[in-house]
Design a protein around this ligand. Structure first.
Ligand code: G6P
Length: 607
């Protein structure tokens, strides 16, 4: 899981590569490097750690001359995060340099073969086999050598290649790993993510699996594995450059939390017309949902928890059974799936390896697939039978916030839309769509109602552990609340179904143990209240999340977080917001690297 960039043009390449890598740092940040070609020779600069170290090493790129180059920011998979293992990797004859995002699954066999042929390896990476294969197959034509090399590789890869024999030319290859080409004026680019391109161009070509591109300053040509040239139609990136920047906030995460009213509005508003939910992208909803006997939701991380939250509304409104299964489990579970199963795949990035694999597995077994995705043109979006974009805009902080709330919002809307198509709701749709349209305003209120969160963070930040409890929809939100806390503050945080406490967890409750109790579902509130009393009587400090006028909870809790009045069916969206802010401020108190938590990456493109 890494970020790669490439540039060919008339400007000095290194500063442009470094700027692109900074934008991709969220994809990996344990080491970085660039290779720049000048007068037929390639110079490589690599460092351990952040891109800032590479900028320091190269004087922000000014000490490296040359107008063609490639760059890489790494999240280690094969081999420790060291300078040797950092990309770009060079061939033994110094002719080729490559950067790679993905995993080469057969690298061990290839490595043995290459070593016995006399090639010397400088790193422990899987990537290095590629550059030696290129040297081995090179007979004066880089494209041929690349095609022959690609034929030997299994796994996933987005590759950037330069060859000292071909000044001014860069090559890019895509197989199961994202890669986008940027079309400039007298200069061209590639990157693993549009964020690295938008400062230079908005005209892009999305490479597809098995495609090869040759970039010179004047043109971009794309070929398939047989060497046949393909005609590709450029797309236009509509994202605003500012949208990918921090916009005055201290961290991307805080900016993205605050963007949620606008993001959720962008998700919902265009899809409500005359009191009805309308998904144009689903074409004939009746045809899609009729005959569906079971819905499986699959995803990883927060996207999985979005599925857990959305399940309640889906089941309640459609009366179709819904299972929510982790993608990494589903793919190996020999799942019971047939053409009467609808698989809903949720992914912010659309590039999560386990999610893609689970989707392919279920699709092969006959399931219809519907993707809920943020990144346009991503692998999940492309593979699905139906794709609904969340339209949350770029999300940079590793811990997702607006990605999650927009995913839940889409599930709510799907619930209403499917229920209507199935004839399970009639007149109520108008009332339900009115409630959905209120969600952006309710998120803003959930932010405004909680000015005391920074103070609560000072009280709770040094705790050994935090338990999050709730029932039903509150439990689903507790799962995501606890995940946010552990991801960015590194506190031990666990979510428990409140009714399960007495089956074990209550043994962990001792004097001053903080318990975050979610009480936003009136149907089940009395039951959670009993659990609060149980933990309080064992010495717990209870931080309750509830409505402002909820006297019963107010009278037993030690501290309070509030949400505005909202129907239990759609409560998860505003309810998660105070917990995101709590995690953010606790992490800030603890001096954590909030946007780039240790050991985590935004887009997990390896199994
Ligand atoms: C990583 C991210 C999470 C995200 C998960 C799934 O773990 O840090 O925030 O929820 O991947 O990512 P996806 O892009 O598929 O939603």
């Amino acid at each position: 899981m890494c970020g790669i960039v490439g540039y060919t043009g008339t400007q000095n390449a290194a500063p442009i590569l470094l700027e692109g890598l900074k934008k991709l740092e969220y994809r990996g940040y344990d080491s970085a490097g660039i290779a720049v070609m000048d007068a037929g020779s390639i110079s490589v600069n690599k460092v351990k750690g952040r891109i800032a170290n590479l900028c320091e090493r190269t004087d922000d790129g000014s000490s490296v001359s040359g107008t063609t180059g490639i760059g890489h920011t790494r999240w280690a998979t094969h081999g420790a995060p060291t300078e040797e293992n950092a990309h770009p990797h060079l061939s033994n004859d110094g002719r080729f340099a490559i950067v790679h995002n993905g995993i080469i699954e057969n690298y061990m066999n290839l490595r043995e073969e290459l070593i016995s042929d006399g090639y010397v390896f400088q790193s422990e990476t899987d990537t290095e086999v590629i550059v030696h294969l290129l040297e081995m197959y090179y007979r004066g034509n880089v494209r041929d050598a690349l095609i022959r090399t690609a034929n030997r590789l299994s796994g996933s890869y987005a590759l950037g290649v330069i060859c000292s024999e071909e000044p001014g030319r860069i090559y890019a290859v895509r197989e199961k790993s994202p890669l986008i080409l940027g079309l400039g004026m007298g200069e061209n680019f590639f990157a693993s993510d549009v964020t690295a391109l938008v400062n230079h161009t908005r005209n892009v070509i999305y490479l597809e699996d098995g495609e090869f591109a040759e970039l010179t300053p004047e043109e971009i040509r794309v070929f398939d594995v047989t060497g046949r040239e393909l005609i590709k139609t450029p797309s236009r990136i509509l994202w605003d450059v500012q949208a990918a920047e921090k916009g005055g906030y201290e961290h991307f995460m805080l900016k993205e939390i605050m963007e949620q009213p606008a993001a959720v509005k962008a998700t919902i508003a265009p899809r409500i017309r005359d009191g009805a939910v309308v998904f144009e992208e689903l074409r004939d909803v009746g045809e899609l949902i009729s005959g569906v006997r079971k819905i499986i939701i699959t995803a990883c991380g927060s996207a999985y928890y979005a599925g857990c939250a959305g399940k309640y509304a889906l089941e309640k409104l459609t009366r179709i059974p819904v299972e929510v299964v982790l993608a990494s489990e589903l793919r190996y579970s020999d799942p019971l799936i047939d053409s009467e199963t609808l698989l809903i795949v949720i992914s912010q990035s659309g590039e999560t390896a386990d999610t893609i694999a689970a989707m392919k597995e279920c699709s092969q077994r006959g399931a219809r697939t519907l993707a809920v995705v943020n990144v346009v043109g991503s692998t999940v979006a492309t593979l699905a039978d139906y794709t609904v974009y969340t339209w949350a805009g770029p999300e940079i902080a590793v811990a997702t916030t607006k990605g999650y709330t927009t995913q839940v919002a889409v599930l709510y809307m799907l619930s209403v839309c499917f229920a209507r198509a199935l004839g399970r709701i009639g007149e109520e749709e108008k009332m339900l769509t009115e409630e959905l349209q209120q969600l952006p305003r309710l998120i803003q209120q959930a932010i405004d109602l909680n000015p005391s969160i920074p103070l609560l963070a000072k009280k709770y930040h040094a705790s050994k552990a935090l338990f999050f409890i709730g029932r039903n929809t509150d439990y689903a939100v507790a799962l995501e609340g606890a995940l946010k806390m552990k991801e960015i503050s590194y506190l031990h945080a666990e979510a428990y179904a409140a009714g399960e406490l007495k089956h074990g967890t209550i043994a962990l409750i001792e004097e001053h143990q903080p318990v975050v109790a979610l009480c936003c579902n009136p149907d089940i509130m009395e039951k959670t209240l009993s659990n609060i009393v149980e933990v309080k009587s064992r010495g717990a400090e209870v931080l309750a999340l509830t409505f402002r006028n909820n006297q019963k909870i107010l009278s037993v809790a030690d501290d309070l977080l509030f949400i505005p009045a909202v129907s239990a069916l759609f409560s998860a969206v505003p309810e998660i917001v105070p917990l995101q802010l709590l995690a953010y401020h606790v992490a800030k108190e603890n001096g954590c690297d909030i946007d780039k938590p240790k050991n985590l990456a935004k887009s997990v493109t390896v199994e």
